[in-house]
Design a protein around this ligand. Sequence first.
Ligand code: F6R
Length: 589
Amino acid sequence: MCGIIGYVGKEPAAPKLILGLKRLEYRGYDSAGIAVRGKEGFSVYKRKGRVSGLESAKDLTGGCGIGHTRWATHGEPSERNAHPHIYGKFAVVHNGIIENYRELKEECRARGEEFASDTDSEIVAHLLAFYDGGNVLAALKTVCARLKGSYALAVMCSDGEDALYVARRKSPMIVGKGETGLYAASDVPAVAECGELYSLADGEFAVLKGGDIRFYTAEGEIRKEKMARGSAEDIPEKGGYAHFMLKEMYEIPASIANSLVDFEENSRFLAFNIVLCHTEYIQIVACGTAYHSGIAAKYAIERLARIPVEVTVASEYRYCNPIVKENTLVLAISQSGETADTLAAATLAKERGATVAAVTNVRDSSITRIAHFVLYTNAGREIAVAATKSFNAQLALLYSIAVALATAKGRAARFEALRVLPSLSAQTLAGIEEIKKVVPLFAEADSVYFIGRGADHCAALEGSLKLKEISYLPSEGYPAGELKHGTLALIGEKTPVVAILTQRALAEKTMNAVSEVYARGGKVLLVTNIPELAAREEVFESVLLPACEELFSPILSVIPLQALAYYTAVFRGNDPDKPRNLAKSVTVE
Ligand code: F6R
């Protein structure tokens, strides 16, 4: 989603801003811009499209500037809507959504002010100009008190000394000290050169000036602890792979191995284990790919621990007046830990008395401040917009929870069945290039369907989501039994259908659906661990998976589906790392 970078220091700001924006490109955006403070006021460069369009701004000389990558919410992707927004002596970049911007705009218009963009963000520059009494921090505090919604803001003023003013509410903002100056950014990779980083909490402000950073709340100045630094801030490298997505798929075995937790063995999770003993109901809230891992968790937890699990898309949970009974554990799953809908759902669940455990891949992300317990997947930073290794890591952690819950409830479940998953995923990966032979069929299809029963349903949903988001092919995932209740009408000559079949007890039932597709001329790609099924005449092509505990098979069966999406996207000339219209972390509602 949108990205922010700011620099104030001894060197020209423009090249640093452009570099920072390039490092934020993976988040997804549709326009970009920078503003640099010079003797004659601001120099502003904005472009629709890629950050590379800003290269001509590199020679600007000022040492103070702000930059932004915009993912359009209010107003089309265009130069006029790109940030920074300038009004009077203020330049502003903003992430988030100002929910009351319409009424605030009316107020400004009534004073005769005109707006240069269709965005909600521009209002901040207008309000700063209105409340400016010579103290920018005081004006920023007053403006923030008037805003409803979410924001990370970086502000610069054309008079006075070189300085940046930043603020945060429900949208990440960090500041840091580098060798040549001070930085502000929405995400760590943008400021990888900083030796010291500080993460702002909601309601906090920072002023970056004269080589020093000072922190404030609305009430006054505060002290802040430095952020602990881990490998997460490494500058992303493709490591010889054509795309981050492919590299990240090859990191799946390590991400599974690093995310499995033997809760019984690990005393660090003692308190969480006690919660598991008392848990009678589970609710899972998540979005997109994380929602699919919730569906896989439901199958595993209900089967192993016999505890009822409800999985709800987070954006629905928050508005469905959820019933939270006593002893309910809510698992809020979010790779980024910043998804606005998941944060809101987790907050609501907590207010209603649930114990909330966050499953996230990002240390110190916003969800870690809401949850009672934080369970980290250790997939490493994921750069490609389409989630791959983080999904497999989520499954590894959620299956570990299923085993721990079963143990807590005195039911038989073996953690050993999970220990083999890293090596089985490596075996699965070794064969992924095979999938290329069906890519031309898929790449030219009008639509594609994915079907699976039981635990395989989650892989069908995730395979379909991957394909649509990076290859732009219309695609749907269904429980296999649903096909005949409507979708069969869409199956015709050469329609590709991916059937995932890893549950022996359900094999013949799913093969009925495969036969129905075959009878109508559809082409079935069977992803299975049952060799004899692959030889059936109804099967057009097959991928044979290594045998594993059936309940956990989605962690393997999704791998060829991720590969299918990747190679189809490349075949169609798309950039799989930066799908159109999508963002890596969706920080707006
Ligand atoms: C799909 C994808 C998205 C995310 C969703 C939730 O590849 O990446 O569907 O899964 O936006 O994101 P997180 O997990 O960060 O909450």
